[in-house]
Design a protein around this ligand. Structure first.
Ligand SMILES: CC(C)(COP(=O)(O)OP(=O)(O)OC[C@H]1O[C@@H](n2cnc3c(N)ncnc32)[C@H](O)[C@@H]1O)[C@@H](O)C(=O)NCCC(=O)NCCS
Ligand SMILES: Nc1ncnc2c1ncn2[C@@H]1O[C@H](COP(=O)(O)OP(=O)(O)OP(=O)(O)O)[C@@H](O)[C@H]1O
Length: 405
């Protein structure tokens, strides 16, 4: 099952996007619909609202007078807090039941207006944000939906900002233009990302990245932050720390478009306990081959022992964001080196330049190989001698600068 969170400010066009996704085959769980269900006539939720806001929020037939409640609830943060405290736990429980009931191969889309406000992003495999500027949203709400302007403005004020939404957005769906434009983008998203992503989760398949060296991308840092947040939720107490490592964590360093994340675990048993939680979170296990594990030819204390280089490797099931997740044991040389190498390169521009040239030469040698597996191995082997020396140099740098991990 793939779980996608869909959000956006009021009037941005979530319903337009959700409708298209349902037509394409998604199972929709809509928080606004659930929020209506849990305050239906005769419900406990409605009785609590009446206790809190007075019986003038009821229509003569006993149902909720929504505009009247909106007028009372969105005037102050306190009143909105009371509304949220009554409704949100009930919406949460009903949502959990619906998610539980969805089929294993479902592409589940959860339309949640307050996803960002509720810090829910890491619980999803992917978060899509529908965007339209504030003035345009106001216009749509007032002109097309007949909402009082003061109500529309009060709700916008009560919601997350555009910057906060950008932070969690794996996919940014611009809906400032004609609705047809966003619908077309949604169709492409469905075919190129959501369908293969769901299949990869179910079949435990990690995606590959094209082994092409490209210039550093500023978006790598934000993307890595989102993956770290997901991994932290999936790993819970088993992770000592989670870091963005590797070339994509070093500003200005050319790299293959593959993010490296390291989950530090207390021991290998903890790494193995994380197998299923990581698969479910969209990070399938990759079986290791011995030569994938770096082992320096010299060391300062036992690093040549292959046992201390043991690790567990996972990949990403998301075709839109290839990543490798290495689970390494706290204090073992591989875990330490991965952090040290990153920090040394971040601190030493000459070393970065040197490494870029080594990588480019390795890429040139690999380009002659037609077989992709062979090309990957040529690339790896061409970099190995530099890496071997880097192991020593990074430790020397740590000693000289008094850096500790
Ligand atoms: C106050 C109510 C009765 C007003 O009903 P109305 O029919 O006018 O609006 P509706 O429920 O369709 O919501 C429309 C939009 O308003 C915004 N909104 C609704 N509730 C809130 C809230 N508590 N805080 C901020 N924005 C909100 C969302 O963008 C939502 O998509 C209703 O919004 C409500 O019960 N809200 C509390 C539940 C809630 O938080 N729902 C949002 C998702 S869980
Ligand atoms: N691209 C667009 N251009 C013009 N109008 C649009 C566009 N997309 C949506 N609308 C209209 O704007 C209004 C708000 O859109 P929609 O109901 O999809 O927003 P929403 O994000 O689901 O809002 P809510 O937060 O209230 O659930 C609707 O009347 C819709 O028909």
């Amino acid at each position: 099952m793939l779980r996608m969170g869909l959000t956006g400010g009021i009037g941005a066009g979530k319903s337009t996007v959700a409708k298209e996704l349902v037509e394409l085959g998604a199972v929709l769980v809509d928080a606004d619909v659930i929020a209506r269900e849990i305050v239906a006539p005769g419900s406990e939720g409605l009785a609590e609202l009446v206790d809190a806001f007075g019986d003038d929020i009821l229509l003569p037939d006993g149902s909720l007078d929504r505009p009247v409640l909106a007028e009372k609830a969105f005037v102050t943060d306190e009143a909105r807090g009371v509304l949220n405290a009554i409704t949100h736990p009930r919406v949460g429980r009903r949502t959990a039941e619906l998610v539980e009931a969805a089929a294993d191969d479902a592409i589940l889309v959860q339309d949640i207006p307050l996803l960002v406000e509720g810090s829910m992003a890491p619980a999803f495999h992917l978060v899509a944000v529908v965007h339209a500027g504030e003035d345009e949203r106001l216009r749509r709400l007032v002109e097309l939906r007949g909402m009082p302007e003061s109500d529309a403005k009060a709700r916008i004020r009560a919601q997350a900002t555009e910057d906060q939404r950008r932070e969690v957005a794996d996919v940014w769906l611009d809906n400032t233009g004609e609705p047809d434009a966003v619908v077309e983008t949604v169709r492409r998203l469905w075919e190129q990302r959501l369908v293969p992503f769901e299949q990869n989760i179910r079949t435990r398949t990690a995606v590959h990245a094209d082994p092409v060296l490209g210039p550093a991308q500023p978006r790598w840092v934000e993307q890595a932050q989102r993956l770290v947040a997901r991994l932290a939720l999936a790993c819970g107490g088993h992770a000592v720390r989670i870091d963005h490592v590797g070339s994509t964590a070093v500003p200005g360093l050319d790299a293959v478009d593959m993010l490296d994340l390291q989950v530090t675990v207390p021991d290998l048993a903890a790494a193995d306990a994380l197998l299923e939680p990581l698969v479910a979170a969209g990070f399938p296990r990759i079986e290791q081959v011995d030569h994938d594990i770096p082992k320096p030819s010299y060391g300062v204390g036992g690093e040549t022992d292959p046992a201390v280089w043991s690790m567990r490797l996972h990949g990403s099931a998301d075709p839109g964001r290839p990543a490798r997740v290495a689970l390494r044991v706290d204090g073992w040389p591989g875990q330490q080196f991965s952090l040290l190498l990153r920090d040394w390169l971040r601190a030493d521009a000459d070393a970065v330049q040197e490494y870029v040239e080594v990588k480019r030469a390795a890429a040139r040698s690999a380009a002659d190989e037609a077989d992709p597996l062979r090309a990957a191995s040529v690339y790896r082997e061409a970099k190995a001698p530099w890496f071997d020396r880097a192991y020593r140099r990074a430790w020397d740098w740590a000693e000289a600068t008094g850096r500790s991990i």
